[in-house]
Write a protein that binds this ligand. Structure first.
Ligand SMILES: NC(=O)c1ccc[n+]([C@@H]2O[C@H](COP(=O)([O-])OP(=O)(O)OC[C@H]3O[C@@H](n4cnc5c(N)ncnc54)[C@H](OP(=O)(O)O)[C@@H]3O)[C@@H](O)[C@H]2O)c1
Length: 234
């Protein structure tokens, strides 16, 4: 049975990946900074849980030591949005945003490289904003763009372990529920900004993650899952 660690796995898209992986017969380890939430989902899925905070290297090192028996796949969904214009940038929030998406996954690679099996893989999370600049999306855009480069450089560094990234458009993952009444407007605006005329569903993302785990000839790539949003000109 192949073992998969999902960092950010207690919530939203990470939890959907964990659910599908368990259903598909993987041994699932749910990594999250909220250990109680990870343990609750793990109990439901007959999985295990480990505390991993991408902002804290000691938790990453400890998790890798605890999985010294080896893992086959690693998915990391972490993000720490800092959606402001340049004039409002906050140094610590900027560092946190880069750590969640870029530096944290690099430290995950550092500590997990010795325990990742050679035919294994890593899936990182980018996002369409990296390719669609706009006011207020400076940090999200640059961190998501950096993930594309991280996937290709990490793939070369960790080979033959495969490293790829997924770049979703707006997906109704649960993350947007915090907008309350504003969520419907965001989803319909996003749907209108695609070629396929709809926003993303969690299964769009989960299907692609599961494909990447098995796509043995794909490495260093970023898969764009945004209904053609980058190609819509008007
Ligand atoms: N949903 C979309 O429309 C969309 C669009 C484009 C890109 N994406 C990307 O897809 C990924 C998943 O998004 P999502 O929709 O599932 O919602 P999300 O709210 O962005 O999910 C982020 C996940 O990362 C975890 N996380 C944040 N900081 C962490 C840290 N320091 N250590 C460990 N885990 C941490 C969160 O757990 P906590 O519960 O601890 O906060 C949560 O599970 C993100 O990278 C996001 O940027 C999503």
């Amino acid at each position: 049975m192949e073992r998969i660690l999902v960092i950010g796995g207690a919530r939203a898209l990470g939890a959907e990946v964990a659910r599908r992986a368990a259903k598909d017969g993987y041994e699932v380890v749910i990594g999250a900074r909220d250990l109680a939430a990870a343990e609750a989902l793990a109990a439901e899925l007959d999985a295990t849980a480990v505390r991993i905070d991408l902002q804290d290297e000691t938790t990453i090192a400890a998790a890798a030591a605890g999985l010294a028996g080896g893992i086959d796949h690693l998915v990391t969904t972490g993000s720490a949005p800092h959606d402001v214009r340049a004039v409002a940038l906050d140094h610590d929030k900027l560092i946190a945003a880069f750590t969640a998406k870029v530096m944290g996954p690099m430290l995950v690679a550092k500590h997990f490289a010795p325990v990742l099996r050679p035919n294994g893989s890593i899936v990182l999370f980018s996002g369409v904003v990296g390719w669609r600049p706009g006011p207020g999306s400076l940090v999200k855009g640059v961190t998501n763009g950096a993930v594309e480069y991280l996937a290709r450089h990490l793939a070369a560094d960790l080979a033959p372990v495969r490293v790829n990234a997924i770049s979703p458009g707006v997906v109704d993952s649960g993350a947007w529920d915090r907008l309350g009444d504003g969520k419907a407007g965001l989803l319909s605006k996003s749907a209108a900004g695609t070629l396929v005329g709809r926003y993303g569903e969690p299964d769009d993302v989960v299907d692609t993650v599961m494909w990447l785990l098995r796509a043995g000839f794909v490495s260093g790539e970023t898969i764009h899952l945004e209904g053609g949003a980058r190609h819509k000109t008007a």
